[in-house]
Ligand binder design. Structure first.
Ligand code: BG6
Length: 329
């Protein structure tokens, strides 16, 4: 049942390419230029009237919502907030009938997320659920559902469901962007092509698992570790940090790379591992200067970046790991 893998988590990590393909299947038209979401009840008029978006979720799904915020703000140009579901109800959020509330839940059964959904509906908001379980409580009660087709996730630590939630956010963001005219057809086609290239890239990434294992062995001797990044890299760093804590019981913190100097830089001491995510071109130089700050304090830095930046970054870091990307022309 574990498909030859030692753990369900490992099996599910390797199921990501399939989960992406299944989640995208039927939601991108044959021309590769449009996202189609026939399941949505939300009509064009309602979409044009959306004034703000609130994303509400728990745990890993919340981290997906942090990425979702960037995706929707950038593609659709609507203000987006992301809240932890257990906090949402108690902060008196401004919810109106022009608010689109997106709840994200792998299981579709998380009590706080369900309560947030009901709170939003009681204020007249349209609630769209991104969930992995058809027929779950959240899927039943939401006004709209985008199902991630990641297949059953057995491991407690979410992997393929998280990345499939990101795919769902991009599909939704592109769909809303087309209806509201906030992206050109070329920009939309470009992102779709990049998404379609993903499953194969992830397959290649997974084939490098041994190199990652070597690094994991080095950090396993430590008790504390930092993840740093800016923008989307920071959102992903938060999920990376949670995963490390859940699985290895090694304490770690995710910090926005530029914020470290305003607080805990003093905790960076000799040889403390720092995983620096540097995949955001627009802030790459700034991230590199933050990397230099932690290096100056003796940290052992492992950078995750694009292939073309590996050589450059190796001047400032101890190790650099390339994510495989395919720049769509
Ligand atoms: C927590 C789990 O209880 O619920 C997390 O420990 C999970 O791993 C979170 O991310 C949210 O779950 P769901 O099913 O709503 O996505």
């Amino acid at each position: 049942e574990k498909g030859g893998f030692e753990h369900f988590m490992l099996k599910e990590i390797h199921e990501q390419p399939k989960a992406y393909r299944d989640t995208m299947r039927g939601r991108i038209d044959a021309s590769g230029k449009h996202v189609v979401l026939p399941e949505l009840k939300l009509n064009s008029e309602q979409i044009k009237n959306i004034r703000n978006v609130q994303i509400v979720a728990c745990g890993t799904a919340y981290h997906a919502g942090l990425v979702g915020r960037s995706v929707i703000e950038q593609l659709v140009k609507i203000p987006v907030e992301t809240d932890v579901a257990s906090e949402y109800r108690y902060r008196s959020p401004i919810i109106t009938p022009e608010t689109l509330v997106i709840v994200v839940s792998q299981s579709g059964e998380t009590t706080d997320t369900l309560a947030a959904l009901r709170e939003a509906q009681s204020h007249g908001a349209h609630v769209l659920a991104i969930t992995n379980v058809v027929g779950s409580s959240i899927a039943r009660d939401a006004d709209d559902v985008i199902t991630t087709l990641a297949g059953p996730e057995i491991a407690v630590a979410s992997t393929k469901a998280y990345t499939s939630q990101l795919i769902a956010f991009y599909l939704l963001g592109l769909y809303l962007a087309e209806v509201r005219g906030t992206q050109t057809p070329e920009q939309i086609a470009h992102i779709i092509a990049a998404m379609q290239a993903l499953p194969e890239q992830v397959e290649k990434m997974l084939s490098q698992a041994d190199a990652i294992k070597d690094f994991a062995e080095q950090i396993s001797k430590h008790e504390d570790l930092f993840f740093i990044g800016r923008g989307l890299d920071y959102a992903v760093a938060q999920e990376g940090s949670l995963k490390l804590k859940e699985i290895s019981y090694i304490h770690s913190e995710a910090y926005p790379a530029g914020e470290l100097k305003h607080g805990t830089l003093a905790l960076i001491e000799d040889e403390i591992p720092v995983i620096a995510l540097a995949t955001q071109e627009s802030v790459l130089e700034k991230t590199v200067s933050n990397i230099k700050e932690v290096k100056a304090r003796g940290a052992e830095v492992m950078a995750i970046t694009f292939e073309e930046h590996v050589a450059g970054l190796l001047k400032s870091v101890d190790q650099a790991f390339a994510i495989i990307t395919h720049i769509v022309p």
